[in-house]
Design a protein around this ligand. Structure first.
Ligand code: BES
Ligand code: ZN
Ligand code: ZN
Length: 479
């Protein structure tokens, strides 16, 4: 779908995308397409040079039918973030107008092609639906990247976008269709397609391993839990970076049941798992020089005569006992055993990604992922990656006062719900009890995993957040 060519204004395309700044000297080849009238078209505002504004202007000459101009103002706002968003806008325009033969003059944006392909994949994505009337299939589009473009980088950008879309699609799927088993099947299919090692730990094996926390959450379900394990090998025998994603396919809250308004949307409580699977889709192309271990504890959180209850005391895989005060704080329970399991691989770092708490939504809203860490340098690397991807992160305090409250119980080593105030931090601190001394990042994506409205880079709903940031972090790994 993407091809690469040199820029030659006399080649024929239906549409060329061109960035144009207010103070630009107009290229002669470009000007020739308009019989030398580009300046006057700018003066008459038929071509806008206002930052981020699009103008589609037919040419007078035959080789190119039209140019889609993107205004670049004084060219002082060409940040990665802005350029990516403009490319997203362009992609949506191409799709809306059903253009099928489009070239983009990348040097007019002073940009490498990777940002364009990333934005194009993300912005043209639509959530699949189950409507009975099929949608007209979109026409095949040929995109030609014009200029001195690095093919590998372009493919990496597209792979990041595709990884995001895999995560979005999985998060959007309803829980009657995307069961733990279906999620495992998807992961296995993806692993086989890309030649990754994989393993599914079944319920009986979990019992043998003593995964009492994950099993407790699954206890009320008719459907068996799955622990999904994926391995990407890019660095021989080196210790892996473990990425653990919460895979609660539906969260009713259990006996601490959610109210009717709070329960709608809980099909998305496997957003962390989706991020991990999306990341693996990306790794197949970006191939960073690290080993990555993906671990996903997958189950729904249901009620029945068999379900676990508040006041139950359960024993996690590492032997720690947990007083269950709230069955709706189930994410930290499934993560507890998944983290302990990941530690059997001696990872150099553990990163968990989870739609863990409503608290992070209250604290940081829908654009910022809340983080905890026991390693400031590691957090610094995440922050640097996040600045490149514009997926914002913010570090919350991991103070002893929080840890002490997680450890407060008259009957067990830990409790799973020390209270409402500061509960985003309690959620992370609970997971930290299972991480131990391994350098660790906790990413609570309950606020960022879904978007309340569409933006330049995608529709309302699941975002696939952190796929690009983790991919970028792994690409630049040097510890
Ligand atoms: N899955 C929810 C968190 C969530 C809330 C995700 C809103 C997405 C949107 C999680 O399992 C949960 O219910 N957390 C509780 C924790 C509380 C019981 C300590 C919460 O946030 O209220
Ligand atoms: Zn819950
Ligand atoms: Zn949950």
């Amino acid at each position: 779908m993407y091809q690469i060519k040199d820029l030659d204004w006399t080649d024929s395309y239906d549409t060329i995308v061109v960035g144009i700044g207010a103070a630009d000297t107009i290229d002669e080849g470009l000007d020739a397409l308009y019989n030398g009238r580009v300046k006057s078209l700018i003066q008459s505002a038929d071509i806008s040079t206002k930052t981020g504004e699009l103008s589609i202007v037919p040419t007078f000459e035959g080789t190119v039918k039209r140019i889609l101009f993107v205004g670049l103002g004084q060219r002082n706002e060409n940040t990665t973030e802005n350029v990516r968003n403009w490319f997203g806008k362009v992609a949506k325009e191409i799709k809306a107008r059903a253009f099928t033969d489009v070239a983009i003059a990348l040097e007019t944006f002073e940009s490498n092609g990777a940002l364009f392909t990333e934005a194009y994949e993300m912005a043209t994505y639509e959530h699949p639906t189950y409507k009975s009337a099929p949608k007209d299939s979109a026409p095949e589009v040929t995109i030609t990247l014009l200029g001195n473009v690095d093919q590998t980088e372009v493919e990496k950008g597209a792979a990041r976008g595709r990884g995001v879309n895999v995560a979005r699609k999985l998060t959007m799927m309803p829980a009657n269709i995307l069961t733990a088993e279906a999620l495992a099947d998807y992961a296995v299919e993806l692993a086989e397609r890309h030649g990754f090692n994989h393993r599914i730990v079944e319920k009986e094996e979990m019992e043998g391993l003593g995964m009492g926390a994950l099993l407790a959450v699954n206890q009320g379900s008719k459907l068996p839990p799955k622990l999904i394990v994926l391995e990407y090998n890019g660095a021989g025998e080196e210790a892996p970076i473990a990425v653990v994603g919460k895979g609660v396919t539906f969260d009713t809250g259990g006996y601490s049941i959610k109210p009717k308004d709070g329960i709608v949307g809980m099909k998305g409580d496997m957003g962390g798992a989706a991020t991990v699977i999306g990341l693996f889709e990306t790794l197949a192309t970006t191939k960073p020089a690290v080993n990555v271990l993906g671990v996903i504890p997958a189950t729904d959180n249901m009620i029945s005569g068999d379900a676990f209850k508040p006041d139950d005391v359960i024993t996690a895989m590492n032997g720690k006992t947990i007083e269950v005060l709230n069955t709706d704080a189930e994410g930290r329970l499934v993560l507890a055993d998944a983290v302990t399991f990941a530690k059997t691989y001696d990872p150099q770092v553990i990163i968990d990604v989870a739609t863990l708490t409503g608290g992070v939504l209250v604290a940081l809203g829908t654009d910022v992922t809340g983080c905890l860490t026991n390693d400031d340098a590691l957090y610094g690397a995440l922050e640097e990656a996040s600045r490149e991807t514009n997926e914002l992160v913010w570090q919350m305090p991991y103070f002893d006062v929080f840890i002490n409250k997680v450890r407060k119980s008259e009957v067990a080593d830990l409790n799973n719900s020390p209270g409402r105030f500061g509960h985003m931090i309690f959620g992370g601190a609970f997971v930290g009890e299972f991480v131990g001394d391994t350098p660790w990042l906790h990413l609570d994506i309950a606020g960022t995993s879904e978007r309340p409205a569409a933006n330049e880079l995608g529709p309302k709903g699941p975002t696939g957040v952190m796929v690009r940031t983790l991919s970028t972090l792994l690409d630049g790994w040097n510890r």
